[in-house]
Design a protein around this ligand. Structure first.
Ligand code: CA
Length: 229
C-alpha cells in the first residue's frame, strides 16, 4: 500500500511516517499543499493522510480539488477543537479524520478501515487459487494458512496478484514497493522477489514467481515454471 503523508511539522511528520512504515505502508512525505499536489499528480496513492493546517493553504482546499477528480481516499488530521474543520472535511469528502495528538496504533487502524471500505481504490482481497492477500491487513495466506512474508515481499505479491498471469515491469514494482525517499540497494527488489519465491515454494504453493529477463516478473503455475530453463 502506497501512502502520501501531508504534514508540515517535521518532527510529527517523521514520527507518523515511521509508524506508518512499520505498519506496512510505503510512505511518501509532503510538507506543503504544493508539494502534496505535485506528489499526487506523479504517483497513484492508495491513501492520503492529510493535515488541515498547511503553510501554503488549507488541506481542505486540496481535498476539494481531489474530490473533483478521481482522487485517493483521504484521512484528515485536525487539531483539537477544530470541530468546524472536521465537519467541513467530512462534507468535502474526507473518508475519516483523526484529532491530534495522534496515536500510531489508532492511525494504522483508521487507515486500514478506510482501505477496507467498498469503493476504496483497492479491493479488500486479492487472490489467485488458494493464494490470498488481504490488502487492508496485509496478511497473505495459502489455503488459509498465513505465509511468513515481510513488508516488501507483501508489496511485491500484491502487485503480482493484481496482474496475475501478466508480466509486471520492474519500474512498476519498484514504485509500488518503495517510497520516494527510501534508499534501497540495487538488488533490493530481486532479494524481495527471491524471498517471496522461496516462501511460496516452502509452502508448496501451486504458484511461483517467474522472472521475465529484462522485463519484470509474473505469477505463474509452479509446475509450468519449473520446466523452464
Ligand atoms: Ca500543520
Amino acid at each position: 500500500m502506497r501512502l502520501l503523508l501531508v504534514e508540515d511539522h517535521p518532527p510529527l511528520a517523521e514520527a507518523l511516517a515511521a509508524g506508518l512504515a512499520r505498519g506496512g505502508f510505503a510512505v511518501d512525505c509532503a510538507g506543503s499543499a504544493a508539494e502534496a499536489r505535485r506528489s499526487a499528480a506523479g504517483a497513484a496513492y492508495d491513501l492520503v493522510v492529510l493535515d488541515i493546517g498547511l503553510p501554503d493553504g488549507s488541506g481542505l482546499a486540496l481535498l476539494a480539488e481531489w474530490r473533483r477528480g478521481d482522487g485517493p481516499p483521504v484521512l484528515l488530521l485536525t487539531a483539537r477543537g477544530e470541530l468546524h474543520d472536521r465537519v467541513a472535511g467530512l462534507d468535502t469528502g474526507a473518508d475519516d479524520y483523526l484529532v491530534k495528538p495522534v496515536e500510531i496504533p489508532e492511525l494504522l487502524a483508521r487507515c486500514r478501515a478506510v482501505l477496507r471500505r467498498p469503493g476504496a481504490r483497492t479491493g479488500p482481497a486479492l487472490s489467485e487459487g488458494p493464494l490470498m492477500l488481504d490488502t487492508a491487513t496485509r496478511n497473505a495466506t495459502l489455503h488459509g494458512e498465513r505465509l511468513p512474508l515481510a513488508r516488501r515481499e507483501i508489496g511485491v505479491l500484491g502487485q503480482l496478484l493484481r496482474r496475475s498471469g501478466r508480466v509486471v515491469p520492474r519500474a512498476q514494482l519498484e514504485q509500488a514497493v518503495y517510497g520516494f525517499d527510501e534508499v534501497v540497494g540495487p538488488n533490493a527488489l530481486e532479494a524481495a522477489v527471491s524471498r517471496l519465491r522461496k516462501v511460496l515454494e516452502a509452502a508448496d504453493a501451486p504458484l511461483t514467481v517467474v522472472t521475465v529477463r529484462g522485463v519484470g516478473w509474473m505469477l505463474a503455475p509452479a509446475g509450468e515454471a519449473g520446466k523452464r530453463p
